[in-house]
Ligand binder design. Structure first.
Ligand SMILES: Nc1ncnc2c1ncn2[C@@H]1O[C@H](COP(=O)(O)OP(=O)(O)OP(=O)(O)O)[C@@H](O)[C@H]1O
Ligand SMILES: [Mg+2]
Length: 324
């Protein structure tokens, strides 16, 4: 794809463990177009966070990444720490699950927001402060001008998460990576915060890669979706098409485990019988085979290729029909 903003090719993440190597992400490839919202779903341990961490250069020290991740003409995986730092502050932002991991508890919220603009955009202290307050107001922090002088612990969980969104979008990034940005919040607040993130992203023109357990969120906010299992892409396509007719048995199972997609109270994934793969060597066949109710002999022995099943849909299953 020539118009893609982010282009992942065969991205793998391996961890060194006392017992040997463990593959957390296995040759994942996908594209994100400018302004697009891509959802990544999959049960706990499927490799969602490690994909994002590897792009940000934040893998644990026993982790190793391979493959390519072209972002605006540069391979993120090959950048020096200094070059990656420039990209991260300016065109690539990330929102983490727990805001306290990225907010500095000893620094006033307004200063934390303003700092990025001063360092990376060269704004004066006063200009940066003004922009920070305007952004806090934009994410609906009440009395933003005064709140900006407060410290993170003086904010509620929902407000802290909105501060994170403000901080991530203040630099107007071309791409925002959001890893389960609202799991710490109660469900009604989660929906509001995610809607706000998507709305602001659209306004700014940022593409978003949104990692979530919640298929209701994907249905509401995402243009396309990737279903991960055991570190591999099981299915990829437009969110609407996948919700209408999931192709992969794992995606079918996820959807069957979700009673109402338009319900913000949608239960979390993980109600498919069996337990997800937890570390160790990759199976020779499909990682989902041990839990799959429709598997055939080949599923245990041969890895199904991720093949086109419609012009813009792909699935990795021996049983799905290829596009004509
Ligand atoms: N430093 C590490 N050393 C060894 N294994 C690791 C390390 N970090 C993560 N893993 C493993 O990598 C796999 C993928 O982890 P990842 O954090 O990407 O899962 P996830 O899909 O984000 O799950 P969750 O939904 O729970 O956040 C898991 O099996 C996890 O245990
Ligand atoms: Mg995770």
């Amino acid at each position: 794809m020539t118009d893609s903003l982010l282009s992942l090719r065969d991205l793998s993440v391996n961890f060194r463990l006392p017992a040997g190597e463990m593959t957390a992400v296995d040759r994942v490839s996908f594209d994100v177009a400018p302004g697009e919202v891509l959802g990544i779903v999959g049960e706990s341990g499927s490799g969602k966070s490690q994909i994002l961490f590897s792009l940000m250069g934040l893998l644990a020290s026993n982790g190793r990444v391979s493959g390519r991740a072209e972002f605006q003409g540069q391979n993120l995986l090959a950048l020096s720490p200094a070059a990656l730092d420039r990209v991260r502050g300016v065109t690539l932002s990330m929102i983490f699950q727990d805001p306290m991991t990225s907010l500095n508890p000893y620094m006033r919220v307004g200063d934390q927001l303003a700092e990025g603009l001063r360092v990376h955009r060269g704004l004066s202290k006063a200009e940066a402060w003004k922009a920070a307050v305007a952004m806090l107001d934009r994410v609906r922090i009440p009395d933003a001008a005064n709140r900006a002088r407060r410290y993170p612990h003086e904010f509620s969980g929902g407000m802290r998460q909105r501060v994170m969104i403000a901080m991530a979008l203040l630099v107007r990034p071309a791409l925002l990576l959001a890893d389960e940005p609202t799991t710490a919040l109660d469900v009604t607040i989660q929906a509001q915060v995610l809607d706000l993130m998507a709305e602001l992203g659209r306004e700014i023109g940022s593409a978003i890669v949104l990692v979530t357990h919640d298929l209701g969120v994907v249905a509401r906010l995402c243009d396309r979706v990737i279903v991960l299992y055991g570190g591999r892409v099981m299915e990829e396509g437009p969110a609407e098409a996948m919700f209408d007719a999931p192709a992969h048995p794992y995606a079918q199972g996820l959807l069957a485990a979700t009673p109402r997609l338009d319900d913000v109270l949608t239960p979390r994934l993980g109600t498919i019988p069996g337990t997800p793969r937890s570390g160790g060597a990759m199976l020779p066949g499909c990682p989902f085979a041990p839990r799959c109710t429709v598997k055939i002999a080949a599923c245990e022995t041969t890895q199904p290729p991720l093949a086109a099943i419609a012009p813009d849909r792909r699935a990795a299953c021996h049983l799905t029909k290829a596009a004509p």
